[in-house]
Design a protein around this ligand. Sequence first.
Ligand SMILES: NC(=O)c1ccc[n+]([C@@H]2O[C@H](COP(=O)([O-])OP(=O)(O)OC[C@H]3O[C@@H](n4cnc5c(N)ncnc54)[C@H](OP(=O)(O)O)[C@@H]3O)[C@@H](O)[C@H]2O)c1
Length: 375
Amino acid sequence: MPTTTHVVTGATGFLAAALVLELAATTDAEILCLVRPGRTRPEHRLHQALTEAATAFDHPPPLLQTALRHARPIPADLTVDGCGTDPVRLRRAGRLEFWHSAALLAHGDPYRRRIFATNTAGTRRLLELARRADADVFNHISTAYVAGRATGLVPETPVHEPSPRNHYEASKIAAERAVLRADAFPTRILRPSVVIGHSRTHACPIHYTGAYGIQQRIAAHARLRAHGPSRRLGPIRLRAAENVPFNLVPVDHVVRQAVEISLRGPAHGVFHLTNPNPPTAGAMLRTMFGELRLPEPQLTTEPTDLSAADRRLDDLLAFYTPYLLTHPHFDRTRTDAVLTAPHQAAFPMETAVLHAFFGHHARHLDHCYEALLQS
Ligand SMILES: NC(=O)c1ccc[n+]([C@@H]2O[C@H](COP(=O)([O-])OP(=O)(O)OC[C@H]3O[C@@H](n4cnc5c(N)ncnc54)[C@H](OP(=O)(O)O)[C@@H]3O)[C@@H](O)[C@H]2O)c1
């Protein structure tokens, strides 16, 4: 078997930092990390991201040292012609396997142009760079929510009838299409659901995104409400359907399955890296409120049930609310067929587990708030 070199984008971010650590734990391969030049040098940014992730996941120091030895930063920017990198710097004697995780996880109209420039045009540029570097396989980290408005069973197949709910989903659907059109190498589409911290430590390195954004907005709204004229209005009411599944999946489950698919699975097709046992939106929201020391929320699916104060939170949650109301069920037949122990993909989220994740985040928010007050 020829040696493999991995090329990873987004390694200064949450998911791909975990991916680099997983690749370092399971292979001896060199890992070329395409890092966007920032205020500090790419070497420094990559070192910092991997160290933060290894600390949050409580990995033993030798694993971090291995990752730092195997990972090599190469400056690159998805929004620049040719990604600003010479493909010759990536060519190696053995196999070259790409992992495209970099993206802009922003929402709202002001970000529209940047979202498409990074997620869609950026993916096209990276595919071209991979072709010029003679890549052997291209793994694209997408999202299970390319399903958009679909409900019921969502198959592990390309999106046939796009129904995106926001610019982010639309940009990721278009990126998948570009990947599926590539014919210079086989491509895999890996679709995580909503990624949260590590299954054992519950910590989340780099920054808290996804579901944590909901808890951040509830916390901000509750602080303002506690000091304003609506403080006597009673429990907060928000739009969500009590029993729809909210598919949270721990980051270590996502990267472990991704690497196993790369080592053992077919080199093409769509794979859902989701949780077969997701919690309900109701259970998740009650836990978030409990960890913020707020009274239980009242859930409604009717916008007309909201008070003027509740509507302010509804505005803050505009991006997230569709995910609290729709009921997709992500099929995992192809993914489970590859994994040696598919039952281990299940991560039941009982109340205590949800409290561990969102309690961790609530303490982080308290810490940020205290720091802000003291600054
Ligand atoms: N987090 C989730 O819940 C979730 C769920 C499903 C799917 N996903 C997918 O998983 C992937 C990783 O998400 P994440 O949570 O790790 O996001 P993240 O923490 O925000 O990381 C994004 C990464 O992309 C890089 N990046 C952004 N713009 C770039 C550009 N123009 N050129 C080069 N690199 C650029 C960032 O680099 P800088 O450090 O320079 O900003 C960072 O390393 C994304 O494709 C996302 O769509 C995430």
